[in-house]
Design a protein around this ligand. Structure first.
Ligand code: GUN
Length: 376
């Protein structure tokens, strides 16, 4: 994998870059739609590629390992062959999902023992095992196995957890370096900075992560219950240390405003379930703010969903019709909302990139943040 830093904003830490993988290029800053089970929920590949223009999507090690299981994915020749998405993919390591989803967990030096949220069966994830699983899934970017401590953790817990994540990282790197990709294209390993809301821990973690000289680096443990301002402060602390010539990925973030604030602070990659999950509940993100499509307000509003929206669904369907579909619990409602929101997120990061390149990001961004913060 290669990263080329193309433009840097003179007035902030925003950057535009280009990642090159064996499955194609990614223009940064970028948003990665979440495809937990190898599918972006409710969205066909055709729309994902041609309408939303996803350049990279994310899959989850925890989910894919439990279902359909590694034999099935390996039998297909890896996840790209299995789901038909021939562009870059990234897999999260399970370091977050094991803690948020699975039943009874035992956290030990060796790894995490957990029970499947599907059938209660017992499993053990160790750094070595997770590297082997991510090799088998075959994403272009594999995330290191970490512990994502809650945003409300006290200093002592945050420190212990960060140190464990660092020891696990050593083991991830060792296993990664002694194994080969299975399907003939390269894979990169991204380590993850932890340290909760404590600046000295974040600095220590960023230095440790940077010392690994990986192809890219991630910031984890944010948007997990801490105040938003703390999150922004931690991004600043960490990005002062993470190398400038490698992509920086802020995990699990966030709202459109969070993404612009992240870009301004030097983040290049984002992922979040918000556009799809909130979309399925009737929440639409637009340039002029948030719309709740279940609201009575839209009952007889026959205007387009978003007249100058980024997706064909925006002018194909009216607000009144989409509200009707949500009220009738029609599947199409969720599909339209997911396509709209993802196309909007990809449009937003694409616009940010254009303005970084044009040199006026610092005037465009605050005006956009103001527009996005409205409730329609
Ligand atoms: N997704 C959101 N936050 C995190 C994190 O801290 N670690 C991992 N592995 N995934 C995440």
């Amino acid at each position: 994998m290669k990263f080329e830093l193309q433009y840097t904003d003179p007035k902030s830490n925003a950057r535009a870059g280009l990642i090159t993988t064996d499955h194609g290029q990614i223009e940064t800053p970028i948003f990665m739609p979440v495809g937990t089970l190898g599918t972006v929920k409710g969205v066909h590949l055709h729309e994902l590629k041609n309408d939303i223009k996803a350049q990279i999507i994310l899959g989850n090690t925890y989910h894919l390992y439990l279902r359909p299981g590694l034999d099935i994915i390996e039998g297909a020749g890896g996840l790209h062959k299995f789901n038909g998405f021939d562009r870059p993919m990234l897999t999260d390591s399970g370091g977050f999902q094991v803690f948020s989803l699975s039943g009874i967990r035992k956290l030990r030096e060796e790894g995490v023992e957990f029970r499947s949220h599907i059938d209660g069966s017992k499993h053990l994830f160790t750094p070595e095992r997770v590297m082997d699983i991510e090799r088998t899934i075959g994403a272009d970017i594999m995330m290191a196995f970490d512990e994502c401590a809650p945003g409300t953790s006290d200093y002592n817990y945050a420190k212990k957890s960060m140190e464990l994540t660092h020891r696990w990282l050593d083991r991830c790197c060792a296993r990664f370096n002694e194994t080969e990709p299975k399907y003939g294209y390269n894979q990169s390993l991204f380590p993850i900075v932890q340290g909760c809301v404590y600046p000295d821990l974040r600095r220590q973690s960023a230095e440790y992560i940077a010392s690994k000289n990986a192809d890219g680096n991630a910031i984890g443990g944010l948007a997990v219950g801490e105040p938003t301002e703390k999150m922004y402060e931690m991004i600043e602390v960490v990005n002062e240390i993470l190398p400038k010539d490698k992509p920086r990925y802020l995990m699990g973030v966030g709202t459109p405003v969070n993404i612009l604030e992240g870009i301004e602070r030097g983040v290049d990659m984002f992922d979040c379930v918000m556009p799809t999950r909130n979309g399925r509940n009737g929440m639409l993100f637009t340039k002029d703010g948030i719309m709740n499509m279940r609201n009575k307000k839209w009952e007889n509003d026959y205007s387009p969903i978003e007249a100058d929206g980024a997706s064909y669904v925006d002018t194909m369907y009216s607000r009144a019709y989409l509200r009707h579909l949500f009220h009738a619990q029609e599947l199409l409602a969720m599909q339209i909302a997911s396509i709209h929101n993802l196309a909007f997120y990809l449009w937003l990061v694409g616009e940010a990139r254009k303005h970084i390149i044009a040199g006026d990001f610092s005037t465009w961004k605050p005006a956009m943040v103001k527009r996005l913060s409205t409730r329609l």
